[in-house]
Design a protein around this ligand. Structure first.
Ligand code: HEM
Length: 461
């Protein structure tokens, strides 16, 4: 297969772009496809595809290709729904968790999401002296929502001073670290063997808080299981796992907690950040969005439901555009060709080959999205909207697609609907040029790691 010689010889080719150039391998892939065509050999045993047909071939609903153990083992969440490459474990965990992620289950949780949004909005509105760190504010919201879902209570991030809860910083640091540990897992192993006082010095702010929280929660739920302690609390992800999975381990609870912290927090918050930046940077978009919201919700002191908001065409277009440009999980989602060789785009791909393509190759496809880096809600309001939907894959497709999609849509409609209807602010500290500087790690790092800030001007009537 065509591709750079160095990539055919060593995985270090990718490491160079990801570590030295900070998560730029995905960007480099676009150059490679221009040079070599729709399939490129990007590592000794790995192919990358650029076309939408390849996306459908790899991530279709009946796909039996397992996740690549090499990549997914580097995040050290082997016993979680996201991190496992074992299809039997995966099926079992998905079956346990699925009922909590249906649309019905999400609608049942809506009052608790609404309550968090009300606190978030009132805290932002009361921050008139200093600019609000919107990066942290949106993460506080999605973190409290997901912890409530997992454990039955949030972590108090929305009420934390200046939204600077240590777990938010722990997650941020871990995402940056993963760029190195993904390509050089040996470094992580070596660090874990150092004396704990040295480890503590090397550990960035917030990481111990994150680990300790997940550790104590996993221990607490294992103890509940040991005592066969059933409670009449509402069902959560962890109560389901400990009640339904006979052989659940502490490590599996820890891994699932870690996975959900990342999967459920940064992705949603990134989409909010993209929406907030672009809507506030374009007076026409802001005006149209506010008008649509005000028409359906004239009195801000009343409540509005998710089911009302999701019917609004312009808000929907803004959310789709935000999901398209925030990308979610931008790296190639590596799969292993199993159990036999297959044809992809007319190429015979031998069994055992690692293959992938990624959301950027769908979301930046200029045939589907002309001027693809432009934030343009209008593109979703044309007649071919349905056809465009087939190119929008923030949650991926197939048996390993995102389990949290319904929850994510609900969060996005509610938080952005409230945000744009109620808050008048000016965005600060991030420019259009910054927004082009994306680190394509497991989770997207926007604006080269800069935090979007907002100066609150007041509450909208
Ligand atoms: C805008 C928000 C979100 C985006 C863009 C997103 C994106 C994705 C993507 C692309 C995958 C597939 C990854 C892969 O193949 O390796 C995935 C998987 C997953 N996501 Fe999400 N996600 C979002 C929100 C959430 C939320 C709120 C949760 C909360 C529970 C969640 C939980 C998961 C889990 C557990 C998986 C693993 C599914 C499996 O392998 O069966 N995600 N997500």
């Amino acid at each position: 297969f065509p591709g750079p010689r160095l990539a055919a010889l060593s995985n270090l080719y990718q490491a160079y772009y990801d570590v030295y150039y900070k998560g730029k391998f995905v960007q480099h892939l676009h150059i490679l496809h221009k040079l070599y065509g729709p399939v490129v050999r990007v590592a000794p045993n790995e192919l990358h595809f650029s076309s939408p047909d390849a996306y459908k071939a790899i991530y279709h609903s009946g796909s039996k290709f397992p996740k690549d153990r090499g990549l997914y083992s580097t995040i050290d969440e082997e016993f979680s729904s996201f991190g496992t490459w074992d299809p039997v474990f995966h099926r079992k965990r998905r079956d346990t968790m699925n009922p909590l992620f249906s649309r019905r289950a999400v609608l049942k949780l809506e009052p608790s999401i609404q309550e968090k949004i009300e606190r978030l909005i009132s805290r932002i509105l009361s921050s008139t002296k200093e600019p609000v760190d919107l990066f942290c504010a949106f993460r506080s919201f999605s973190l409290d929502v997901i912890y409530d879902y997992i454990y039955g209570e949030g972590v108090g991030a929305i009420s934390y001073p200046e939204f600077r809860h240590p777990i938010i910083f722990g997650s941020e640091a871990s995402i940056l670290d993963n760029a190195i540990s993904r390509h050089f897992p040996i470094i992580g192993h070596l660090v874990s063997r150092l004396p704990s006082f040295i480890q503590a010095r090397l550990t960035p702010y917030g990481v111990s808080e994150l680990v300790n929280t997940l550790d104590s929660r996993a221990t607490e739920f294992m103890e509940r299981k040991a005592k066969a302690q059933q409670s009449d609390e509402r069902e959560t992800i962890f109560t389901r796992i400990v009640n339904l999975e006979e052989d659940v381990s502490w490590k599996s609870l820890f891994d699932e907690g870690m996975n959900l912290t990342f999967a459920g927090t940064d992705t949603v918050a990134n989409a909010c950040t993209v929406a907030c930046f672009h809507v506030h940077s374009d007076a026409d978009i802001l005006r149209r969005l506010r008008k649509e919201l005000k028409d359906v919700w004239p009195d801000v002191n009343t409540k509005i439901s998710y089911e009302t908001l999701e019917k609004l065409p312009y808000l929907t277009a803004v959310i789709k555009e935000s999901l398209r440009l925030s990308i979610g999980v931008p790296v190639g989602l590596l799969r292993e060709i199993q159990p036999t060789s297959v044809q992809i785009m007319g190429y015979e791909i031998p069994r055992g080959t690692i293959v992938s393509t990624g959301a950027t190759f769908m979301h930046w496809n200029p045939d589907a999205f002309p001027d693809p880096h432009k934030f343009s809600p209008d593109r979703w309001l044309q007649d071919h909207n349905r056809q465009l939907d087939s190119y929008l894959v923030p949650f991926s497709r197939g048996p390993r697609q995102c389990i949290g999609m319904n929850l994510a849509w609900c969060e996005l409609y509610l938080v952005l609907g409230h945000f744009f209807r109620k808050i008048d602010l000016e965005v600060r500290d991030v420019s259009h040029q910054d927004m082009q500087n994306i680190f394509y790690y497991f989770v997207t790092v926007l604006a080269g790691g800069k935090h979007l800030k907002g100066v609150v001007k007041g509450m909208l009537a």
